[in-house]
Design a protein around this ligand. Structure first.
Ligand code: ADP
Length: 379
């Protein structure tokens, strides 16, 4: 079995580690010759992810093509899926997911609960759109957002004015969502095999950096009351099933103050929230993604142990060749696993690795993972 992966970052790198064990050869396409996958892929192609000829050259080496990033050329994939090779998840899934507004419309039309949202009307000002939906509201870029870039929370009109949204406002590029007064941000990863069977992971809980709107830690299982846990799984399955495609779907959810579960967004691939599965579940999300897209039977998603994962981000002021210190100190903590992504260059806030800890409770696992992560300094 030969698998092609579009995108050569850390997700691809961890996918390759799982592929080695299953005897799947992996070819990767990425524009950066120093990408995390460059030294671990069986074959590595340097090329633009949106370049149809580069994607076609990759596909010609493979039996199945998948992707670890969403911002790629969907029409090239659609043409390939018709002529050359299997593309999983199906290119149509990406066409929906790439545009957050289309994604929300797709889910809402299928009865999957989402926060109330509205598209900007042609010629409408940001202020008028916000008044129409009501404050507090969240402006979101329809395309290209990541790690909170392209998301702006406005509690009232003065916040909107201060953010200067009107200056860059383009009703076709943005949409608005009602602010969810959330308690928690669980995520449920759902795998769907080629035959349509499902495996649902226990809910993970994403924890956010207090100042920067970025997920810095994950615990499993999520702190959810029993009813919310069942509802989270039910909503995630409905969301994943709505695409009718084989693959792995990471469903980011909101649990609001009133107990309602809604879908924030879906990634059709392994996800940062699922890194903890490498150690804490019977089958890691990476092996599961491989099984799903290669047409193998799915593995068990059962939890082996409570666990926690903490992202290792390059420190503020970092830049240039990456320097990593404190590895020995981190490895001295009991039950801790270190994953470094092999990125050659650091940039403040860039994800350079992660630490996972298993323990008898999620609290203890998180305490150990945070302590070990604090020992690592990346500049
Ligand atoms: P990204 O794709 O950049 O991760 P998201 O749409 O997931 O962007 O938003 C980033 C974060 O902003 C979320 O994880 C959540 O903390 C907050 N957020 C987004 N939408 C809402 C909303 N409607 N209500 C409350 N908080 C939100």
């Amino acid at each position: 079995m030969r698998l092609g992966v579009i995108g050569g970052g850390q997700l691809g790198r961890m996918l390759i580690a799982a592929a080695r064990e299953l005897g799947v050869a992996v070819s990767v396409l990425d524009p950066d010759p120093e990408a995390a996958c460059a030294v671990v892929a069986d074959r590595f192609f340097v090329g633009d992810l949106t370049d149809a000829s580069a994607v076609t050259a990759l596909a010609e080496q493979c039996d199945v093509l998948t992707y670890e990033i969403e911002h790629i050329n969907v029409s090239a994939l659609q043409a390939l899926a018709e002529r050359v090779t299997l593309v999983r998840p199906a290119p149509q899934v990406l066409a929906i997911i790439q545009d957050k507004l289309v994604q929300k419309q797709h889910l809402a039309a299928r009865g999957v609960p989402v926060p109330e949202f509205t598209a900007g009307r042609p010629g409408e000002s940001a202020e008028a759109a916000a008044e129409r939906l009501g404050y507090p509201c969240v402006f979101k870029a329809r395309r290209g957002g990541y790690d909170g870039h392209g998301v702006l929370v406005c509690r009232d009109r003065s916040e909107l004015e201060r953010a200067g949204v009107d200056a860059g406002w383009d009703a076709s590029g943005w949409y608005l969502e009602r602010y969810v007064p959330e308690l928690r941000e669980p995520a449920v990863v759902v795998a769907r095999s080629v035959e349509g069977t499902l495996e649902v992971y226990p809910p993970f809980e994403m924890m956010f950096h207090p100042e920067r709107n970025i997920c810095d830690a994950v615990i499993v299982p999520a702190r959810l009351p029993g009813q919310a846990r069942d509802r989270a799984a039910e909503v995630a399955v409905a969301a994943a099933e709505s695409f009718g495609s084989a693959g792995l779907f990471a469903v980011e959810l909101f649990l609001s103050r009133d107990g309602a579960i809604t879908v924030n967004e879906i990634a059709p691939r392994p996800h940062n929230s699922g890194h903890v599965t490498i150690e804490s579940c019977v089958t890691s999300q990476f092996e599961q993604h491989l099984r799903a897209v290669c047409g193998f039977p799915l593995g068990s998603s059962a939890l082996l142990s409570p666990g926690a994962m903490v992202n290792l981000l390059a420190q503020s002021g970092a830049g240039g060749p990456a320097r990593i210190a404190g590895v020995s100190e981190a490895l001295a903590f009991a039950g801790v696993h270190l994953h470094l992504y092999g990125k050659q260059r650091s940039r403040a806030g860039r994800k350079m690795g992660h630490v996972t800890a298993l323990a008898g409770s999620t609290e203890e696992a998180l305490r150990r993972a945070r302590a070990a992560a604090a020992a690592v300094r990346i500049t």
